[in-house]
Design a protein around this ligand. Structure first.
Ligand code: ZN
Length: 472
């Protein structure tokens, strides 16, 4: 049994302020007891965080020449990503997340080779080595990979040779094979802390037959489904043309509108759609930094106020400082989706904390995190009191809560336990040589870097077709 003495414990930050002092005992993968004790040491204990939507970007787009830009243009830049070892790539991404207090990640995999099963095994091994709980989302897609018009605009603007290269690069196995692969991957990697999910990347990227087949396969297997929804204005226009009745109707027709569904982004969701998703028990992962960096704006905090749908916070591999800092992401989301002036419309701080530490876990296994309570899963983060509150004058617990919410970032994370295992100790991951892994990954990427020319020409065509015409 591990006993953690604390300077303060903030057991359920969305419910009540922290208490000074205390002791937490970890009994295997669970919390044994939380008891009162005199304050000791530097640790403020909080629940482990959930990164409810990510892609495991061990190599970050800015580093390989993909600047922040509107999503549809940026997707072409992602073809610049060097092909690197999937284990090393995921290890570096998961290690970075762990350092900011992430205990659970829902990873939407972006395959780099034809061997999706092999990549899944490598990613699951990386999660186990770092010690993160992993939702592994398998992509299933078959259309609009070169634009929401079926690729017509890009095809018209590039040479036949470029178009052939694009079609070759985007070739995929038939949808039935992709769906069948989800079961194979699950058989190979699932365990108590790894759960495979179906991942149509978005309604515009998988045809209706495929979406219906995913819904049926998910129903039969009881697996969760995770998809991007209404991330951009162009996706809103696409969906309005396909289904003017709204996203909920579109999802219902496919059989996907149920409490096993997580949608990510939701920037352009309308209030009626949010209400319908709430009624169905759909989870929503917010991705504030990513939405800012990819020119989408922000989700509507006031429309989400009062919605009962489980919210999560996702980094999407695109944190604002490009450093996978889930704590800063919470604060940024609170600032941008929170109340304005004296109006209370907007997501409260407690709603954001709950999303990051409790309801976001729904995207992993459908169950809400409980915080630091006896019998709850032993996912614990120790923040440094010295770092966050060395100058605290008002001794009230509420003032400490304000300091944590106002200042917490990865630089304050000292230790992290997941299911009772210590995965970060004194600010370093315990399961791998993270600095060495990152050096090896970057070296390998530099050695193989070769950005395809056609990607930049297709990107230019996409930008030309998507830029609103203004009178001169
Ligand atoms: Zn994403």
């Amino acid at each position: 049994m591990t006993r953690l003495r604390a300077a303060a414990i903030w057991a359920r930050p969305w419910d009540a302020p922290p208490v000074w002092g205390g002791e937490l005992s970890l009994s295997g993968a669970r919390i044994g007891a939380v008891t009162a004790a005199e304050a000791q040491g530097d640790a403020i204990l909080i629940p482990g965080l959930v990164n409810a939507h990510d892609h495991g970007r061990g190599l970050r787009p800015l580093a390989y020449g993909a600047p922040d830009a509107p999503l549809e243009a940026w997707l072409w830049d992602l073809w610049r990503q060097p092909k690197t070892d999937p284990y090393l790539t995921a290890l570096v991404a998961f290690g970075r997340m762990a350092l900011s207090g992430v205990a659970t990640v829902v990873h939407n995999h972006l395959p780099q080779t034809g061997d999706w099963l092999g990549e899944a095994k490598a990613v699951a091994q990386a999660a186990r080595d770092i010690g993160l709980r992993l939702g592994f989302v398998v992509p299933i897609l078959d259309r609009n990979l070169a634009g929401y018009d079926g690729g017509a605009a890009v095809k018209a603007a590039v040479t036949a040779q470029d178009w052939a290269a694009i079609e070759h690069a985007q070739a995929l196995p038939p949808v039935e094979e992709q769906i069948a692969l989800v079961g194979e991957i699950a058989d190979a990697i699932d365990g108590p802390d790894v759960i495979t999910q179906f991942g149509p990347p978005g309604p515009q990227w998988l045809g209706e037959k495929g979406l219906t087949a995913v819904a049926q396969a998910a129903e039969q297997s009881g697996r969760r489904v995770h998809l991007h929804l209404l991330e951009t204005r162009l996706q809103r226009s696409w969906l309005d043309a396909e289904c003017p009745e709204g996203a909920h109707v579109f999802l219902e027709r496919a059989g996907l509108l149920n409490n096993r569904l997580t949608v990510a982004h939701g920037v352009f969701l309308r209030p009626g759609e949010i209400a319908a998703l709430s009624d169905a028990g759909v989870a929503l992962a917010l991705n504030t930094s990513s939405n800012l960096r990819l020119f989408s704006g922000t989700a509507d905090g006031s429309a989400l106020l009062g919605a009962r749908l489980p919210l999560g916070i996702g980094l999407d591999g695109m944190g604002f400082d490009d450093d996978a800092d889930i704590l800063r992401e919470l604060r940024l989301t609170a600032a941008l989706l929170g109340p304005r002036r004296f109006d209370t419309a907007g997501l409260s701080r407690s709603a954001i904390l709950r999303a990051g530490m409790a309801t976001g876990r729904t995207a992993f296994d459908g169950a809400e995190g409980q915080g630091l309570l006896p019998m709850a899963q032993a996912d614990v983060v120790a923040l440094s009191l010295q770092k966050l509150a060395y100058d605290q004058i008002d001794p009230a617990p509420e003032a400490l809560a304000g300091l944590i919410m106002g200042r917490a970032s990865r630089s304050a994370v000292r230790d992290v336990w997941v299911a009772g295992r210590q995965i970060v100790k004194d600010g370093a991951v315990t399961g791998a040589d993270l600095p060495g892994a990152e050096r090896a990954l970057v070296d390998a990427a530099r050695a193989t870097y070769a950005a395809p020319d056609w990607a930049s020409r297709a990107r230019a065509a996409c930008v030309a077709a998507s830029t609103p015409k203004r009178p001169t």
